[in-house]
Design a binder for this molecule. Structure first.
Ligand code: HEM
Length: 424
């Protein structure tokens, strides 16, 4: 109760702080003229006491207020902090799922589990017989049949391990999300506007699992002997990565909202431009990552392994191999790689431009730290992309490049969060 009262006082003060506090003080000084009547002396006294009270309330609120209080006023600072850390934990776990997913794809492990059951699927084969039966089932599917894959049982156990870990990791995110959510709801630590959002996050988590299976299915069926390499559809792969990134962004953004206090930035066109720049940066990184998923889905990273030119040309000769022409954008590995590498370079340069503009603005140190991190990560990510290409897509570089995309997205999001408007 006490903390609520303090909080209400502090909100009131903060709301008026910028516009009225100093005007009030100036008025109070003006009214301290001794030639005034007794009435004006009492009003002066009232004003001074109210000013002192407001100042005291402000100091006190700043001592007791956690940096989160401004985000969702109805919840105690302790609750805000716990919820914020939990959401950051969920973001971290989603990041982990994206990295494990990359390793699963790059080690060609993604099609090793040929069935999907939410509960039964949690139990891996244990005995020799169970492993052999699982291996036999895998042998019936195109990846083994048509690829003529040289794989013994130990090799199969290896690829099974990555797909199993990826699926179990996904299930654990659902648990790490749902159980604390129930606890926090019971404690009253989830603010009113957060409640529908949590329902959306949970739905998205379920959708992510379904999309994962829908993607795997495309690699298990519909392939015939004409297919050179049985692989999952690049459309489904990019949808799976895209929705994982949406989930990650939502967790991270709301986690930071709970933990970081909004800055009182000047209301200028320069700050508004930077705010918009950070949001456009996020969208650009997102788009580049999706185009990267098309490269990965078509194994287009192996089609041209030179940089900056593609073979000896700036524009490869087979850019428009497919008909109708628009199909090349999504299905021709030459054009898909061409688009991704140039979009990646453009995005990297745009992030450096945003950093440059941030340097010229009066930003608080934490916001400047986010801008610096964004610039460093942009250079690293473009470097990783080029290295992945030149080295013919080795697992460690390609997985680091995919993780780098999420790190870059996080930096842009962090900057956007630092530049967010003060809640009214
Ligand atoms: C901001 C810059 C960039 C971002 C955000 C980005 C993002 C991504 C992502 C997310 C993937 C993997 C998608 C998946 O596995 O589903 C990917 C793949 C790839 N990217 Fe980039 N990329 C960037 C720049 C570049 C550049 C400049 C190059 C090369 C010049 C490049 C080359 C590649 C290659 C070859 C792959 C395929 C790797 C594989 O098969 O796993 N990227 N990119």
């Amino acid at each position: 109760m006490l903390s609520r009262c303090i909080f209400a006082a502090s909100q009131n003060v903060l709301l008026h702080q910028r516009c009225s506090l100093f005007n009030v003080s100036r008025n109070a000084i003006k009214q301290s003229n001794p030639s005034r009547s007794f009435g004006s002396l009492t009003s002066k006294w009232r004003l001074t006491t109210s000013l002192v009270t407001k100042r005291l309330a402000l100091c006190f609120s700043q001592i007791v207020r956690s940096p989160t209080t401004l985000a969702t006023p109805s919840v105690s600072p302790q609750g805000q902090k716990a919820v914020g850390l939990w959401l950051l934990g969920c973001a971290g776990m989603t990041f982990g799922a994206i990295v494990i997913g990359a390793i699963t794809r790059l080690t060609e492990s993604g099609l090793s589990m040929t069935q999907w059951h939410v509960i039964k699927g949690m139990r891996p084969p244990r005995t020799q017989e169970e492993w052999e039966a699982e291996f036999e089932r895998y042998k019936q599917f195109p990846e083994y049949k048509f690829l003529g894959r040289e794989l013994d049982l130990d090799g199969f156990k290896n690829i099974f391990f990555w797909e199993y870990t990826h699926r179990m990791w996904g299930r654990s995110i659902a648990l790490v999300f749902a159980l604390p959510a129930l606890f926090f709801l019971k404690k009253g630590w989830i603010s009113k506007p957060m409640k529908p959002r949590l329902a959306i996050y949970f739905t998205l988590l379920g959708f992510q699992g379904l999309l994962g299976w829908y993607m795997v299915k495309s690699g298990l069926e519909g392939q015939d002997e004409k297919s050179v390499i049985p692989r999952v559809s690049q459309y489904r792969l990019s949808a799976h990565l895209g929705s994982a990134m949406v989930l990650y962004v939502l967790f991270l953004w709301s986690g930071l909202n709970h933990l970081l206090k909004a800055h009182q930035l000047p209301n200028t066109a320069q700050i508004a431009r930077l705010r918009m720049g950070s949001h456009m940066g996020m969208s650009l990184i997102f788009l580049t990552a999706i185009s990267g998923a098309f490269v990965a889905g078509l194994d287009a990273g192996l089609s041209y392994n030179t940089w900056p030119k593609m073979a000896d040309r700036w524009v490869p000769s087979d850019m428009f191999r497919l008909s109708p022409k628009w199909k090349n954008i999504l299905e021709n590995s030459a054009m898909v790689q061409f688009n991704h590498r140039h979009l990646g370079e453009f995005t990297g340069t745009a992030m450096l431009g945003l950093w440059w503009l941030c340097r010229k603005a009066p930003l608080p140190p934490r916001a400047m730290m986010a801008a610096n991190a964004l610039a460093v990560m942009a250079v690293v990510q473009v470097g990783l992309g080029i290295a992945t290409l030149l080295a013919f897509v080795p697992v460690h570089l390609a997985a680091t490049h995919q993780s780098g995309a999420i790190m870059l997205l996080s930096c842009a999001l962090w900057l956007g969060n630092e530049l967010k408007k003060m809640p009214k």
